[in-house]
Design a binder for this molecule. Structure first.
Ligand SMILES: [Zn+2]
Length: 62
C-alpha cells in the first residue's frame, strides 16, 4: 500500500496561496508552529485555518 504523503514542511499560504515561499517562523501561542510567507510577508499558523470557522472566541468578550 503506497502512501502519497505531502510535504507538511511547506504549507500553503492562506493569504496568497503560495507554497514555495513559506518559511517556518518560530512558535506562537500554545506551541503552535508559525509560518511566514515570503511572498506576501504575512505570518500564519496552520491550526488557525481549521479552527477559524469553528471557534467563535465568544468567551473573550468579558
Ligand atoms: Zn503569502
Amino acid at each position: 500500500m503506497k502512501k502519497t504523503l505531502r510535504q507538511i514542511n511547506t504549507p500553503t499560504c492562506r493569504y496568497c496561496g503560495s507554497n514555495t515561499e513559506v518559511r517556518k517562523h518560530g512558535k506562537g501561542n500554545s506551541q503552535l508552529q508559525r509560518y511566514r510567507c515570503m511572498a506576501c510577508l504575512k505570518t500564519f499558523q496552520m491550526k488557525y485555518i481549521y479552527l477559524g470557522h469553528e471557534v467563535k472566541y465568544s468567551n473573550l468578550a468579558i
